[in-house]
Design a protein. Structure first.
Length: 452
């Protein structure tokens, strides 16, 4: 037994932990959990916990259903009570194994580990820092009922609400009680919309933190009598929720993206990485934006009374928030702050798969020395279609079907996800699109029934 496992077992005894929840994630990014008694944990470290993989989305066929969840002791954290105090339950993320002990091809954590291993072979450590947006609603959703935000606040507003005015403080307290560092929290642009930014960490830790974040935010919201949703676009006339993700590569303690001699402080490595993100953007969008509703947010055509802040075109720019990839302002004297921000992902993605495909696209750019095209200077969404075409800016996919079509022809995404996850993801999402296409919407009834 290693020292980390011994620390976990000792902590369980000292803190009188009664339940240990073993977490893992299915291919679509939904959290799964099995609770074990502390007395069973030593055996779980040694042999794992068996379960039926055929009952989990994308994991296995019935003929090969036996799988093992093996807890990762490095992810151990005590779960807080609803008031932020330490509780009597703890959680650990698991790696999913086959009966012979080999990693499961369907485990999203393994998909990301494999991408990180390639980065390591190239001498890099991959760090991510997500800005996670979401909406607080007055009540749980009901079919046919319009969602109601908890407030009418706007960007950075200080709002008061009888049920939710302390929500962000309580959520941050709960996250930090679990060792998840928060950098900022504030009200976002739309009524009821919040943002909490996690401090940067290695990509695997960050993906675990995103999964924990979504669970904690929903739990805290429930305790406050409101409802939290990570749906990308719940309101037609308001901006959707994104998960703008800051990326950087390090070589040891040195930021591989930083070059003080460059006008934007970007190294050749950073420029090739951005070029890779751009060249493969359409192929990876189905993973970073995996739901039908995701494409209501990635909307570029201006409409009256509709606010849209998400990127819709494949381009990059320095401090340009209309671009798909933004290079934030450099802080003088802080070489480690040089990074890039990808603005397309939304908070309902599977973070393990999303980080894996973004890393793979950037590494491909470095490996093949892609040339970075000129950056966008203007608000790209304000340009005409002809102007964007002349500048070489292509559209992001307009809907899930377009995104899947781009993904299915991508050798890069197939290689990164692995054949099993790649095929399952495409099948599942094609079914989702077919169900959406077949549905007669309230828009159609209101527009066409009276007129046709």
């Amino acid at each position: 037994m290693d020292r980390q496992q011994e620390f976990v077992l000792r902590t369980l005894e000292e803190r009188e932990i009664r339940f240990v929840r073993l977490w893992f994630t299915d291919v679509l990014g939904f959290l799964k959990s099995v609770a074990v008694a502390p007395a069973e944990l030593e055996g779980a470290f040694a042999e794992g916990i068996g379960f039926d993989g055929s009952a989990i989305e994308g994991f296995a066929r019935a003929s090969e259903s036996d799988m093992i969840a093996k807890p990762d002791p490095g992810t151990f954290q005590v779960l807080p009570w609803k008031d932020g105090r330490a509780g009597d339950s703890a959680r650990m993320f698991c790696d999913i194994l086959m009966p012979d002990g080999s990693p499961s091809w369907a485990d999203p954590r393994f998909v990301l580990r494999r991408a990180l291993s390639k980065a390591k072979d190239m001498g890099f450590t991959f760090y991510t820092h997500p800005e996670i947006e979401f909406f607080l609603l007055k009540e749980s959703p009901e079919t046919g009922r319009e969602p109601r935000p908890v407030d009418n606040g706007g960007y950075f507003d200080l709002t008061s609400h009888d049920a939710a005015h302390d929500f962000r403080r309580m959520a941050v307290d709960a996250l930090e009680a679990m060792g998840i560092s928060v950098e900022f929290s504030h009200h976002e642009v739309a009524p009821g919309q919040q943002e909490i930014d996690l401090r940067y960490a290695d990509a695997l830790t960050t993906a675990d933190n995103v999964m924990t974040f979504r669970h904690v935010v929903k739990e805290v919201a429930m305790a406050e009598g409101v409802y939290a949703t990570f749906m990308p676009k719940p309101f037609t006339a308001q901006p959707g929720s994104g998960m703008h993700t800051h990326l950087s590569l390090f070589e040891g303690d040195r930021n591989a993206f930083h070059d003080p001699s460059d006008e934007l402080n970007l190294s050749k490595t950073a420029r090739s990485f951005i070029a890779g993100l751009l060249r493969h953007a359409r192929e990876t969008t189905a993973v970073t934006n995996q739901w039908v509703n995701s494409y209501k947010r990635l909307f570029g055509d201006p409409l009256p009374n509709v606010l849209a802040e998400a990127p819709a075109y494949v381009c990059w720019g320095h401090a340009n928030r209309s671009a798909l990839v933004r290079v934030p302002m450099y802080k003088p004297g802080k070489a480690n702050s040089t990074r890039i921000e990808v603005r397309a992902p939304d908070p309902a993605c599977n973070p393990y798969l999303a980080f894996a495909v973004m890393l793979a696209a950037g590494l491909r750019g470095i490996e093949q020395e892609y040339e970075l095209p000129p950056g966008a200077q203007d608000d790209v969404s304000a340009l005409t279609e002809d102007e964007r075409r002349a500048m070489g800016y292509t559209d992001l996919p307009h809907n899930l079907s377009d995104a899947l079509r781009a993904m299915e022809g991508s050798e890069l995404v197939a290689e990164t996800l692995g054949e099993g996850v790649f095929d399952y993801f495409l099948r599942n999402k094609r079914t989702e699109w077919a169900e959406y296409r077949a549905k007669v919407t309230p828009y159609e009834l209101a527009r066409y029934l009276p007129a046709l």
